[in-house]
Write a protein that binds this ligand. Structure first.
Ligand code: PMP
Length: 318
């Protein structure tokens, strides 16, 4: 599918409790979140199903449950439930009349326009803002060729510094540094280690390796975002292929000797990696388990696998 990507200022956004043209969804330059990165966000995909002329939003509610958790971490007072946010998102998507794969970007942020980093909302001085917008989105990474990636010299943030478990706006400067330097060095993306030297995750995605037919992924204590796709892959591998996932720390050198590696995430989907730090992964070709999981994943997200239809929220009804 050819997707014409980009932000359309005439599309509809949800902002200030209303549906408004994106061009009118503006914030003041003194906004706390703009000054200090004190917001949280989500990235959600909607998949266009051409046969059914339907848009399916993948694991919408799970993303909003995680958003609520991110809010708790940085004391954002979200006054909408996950179900209310799901309904707003479906209505927003409908208003934008999608006919291709889409991306949904909700933000909850400190909307006060006062100086000072405190997260407290004293006398209503630092209220919570909510915005949601949608845009067409194709592939974030090349899914066919096998990625060539580095191990980053940038270290993943620690839970006790800026918790990666929360999808916090300011912490994505760490992601931006790692990803940008990887690209400038000629890699497609990068793997980030924690300060103890163990693997955390990809720049903005989780990581799986395969050894002896078994999947291994890093635990939630390895400074990762608790990925919706990560948990989807663990479930699918078990129920469809009877492949267990071992959840345990991964050493850097294990990346060099394992049989397969792939990234997963809402943006990354399932992205096989065939070269790490100039060393071929396994045979250097995309591995069989990565390929099988990738094919299954794309059927599931597009609403083509009835066993997992409950993960796919239809936008158009009746
Ligand atoms: N880690 C990071 C740092 C991310 O930004 C993302 C993308 N949201 C992921 C992992 C993957 O999470 P998910 O599968 O929920 O998109």
């Amino acid at each position: 599918m050819v997707v014409k990507e980009g932000t359309d200022l005439d599309s509809i956004a949800y902002f200030g409790g209303k549906f408004v043209p994106l061009k009118d969804a503006q914030i003041n330059i003194m906004t706390h979140a703009f000054q200090y990165g004190t917001g949280v966000f989500e990235g959600i995909r909607g998949y266009w199903n051409e046969e059914e002329k339907q848009m399916y939003i993948f694991r919408l509610r799970e993303h909003y449950v995680r958003l609520a958790n991110s809010c708790k971490i940085i004391r954002l007072e979200l006054d909408k439930s996950a179900d209310e946010l799901c309904n707003i998102t479906v209505e927003l998507m409908k208003r934008n009349k999608p006919v291709c794969d889409m991306y949904i970007r909700p933000n909850v942020y400190k909307a006060g326009i006062n100086v000072g980093p405190s997260l407290l909302n004293k006398n209503g001085s630092n209220p919570t803002g909510l915005s949601i917008c949608t845009m067409p989105m194709g592939e974030y990474l090349d899914l066919e060729k096998g990625l060539h990636v580095s191990v980053s010299s940038w270290t993943r943030l620690e839970d006790n510094a800026l918790p990666p478990r929360g999808k916090i706006q300011g912490s994505y400067v760490n992601t931006a540094l790692a990803k940008t330097d990887a690209i400038l060095s000629g890699f497609d993306d990068t793997i980030v280690l924690s300060s103890d030297g163990q693997v955390s995750e990809g720049s903005a995605m989780n990581i799986f390796i395969v050894r002896d037919g078994k999947l291994i992924t890093t635990p939630v204590t390895s400074n990762i975002l608790e990925g919706v796709t990560r948990s989807t892959i663990i479930d699918l591998a078990k129920s469809e292929f009877d492949v267990e996932t071992e959840v345990r720390p991964i050493d850097r050198s294990e990346l060099y000797i394992c049989d397969e590696v792939f990234f997963c995430g809402t943006g990354a989907q399932v992205s096989p990696t065939t070269m790490i730090d100039h060393r071929p992964v396994g045979t250097g070709a995309i591995g069989a388990i990565s390929k099988k999981l990738q094919e299954l994943y794309f059927n599931v997200v597009r609403g083509r696998n009835h066993r997992y239809k409950s993960w796919c929220t239809p936008v158009f009804t009746g």
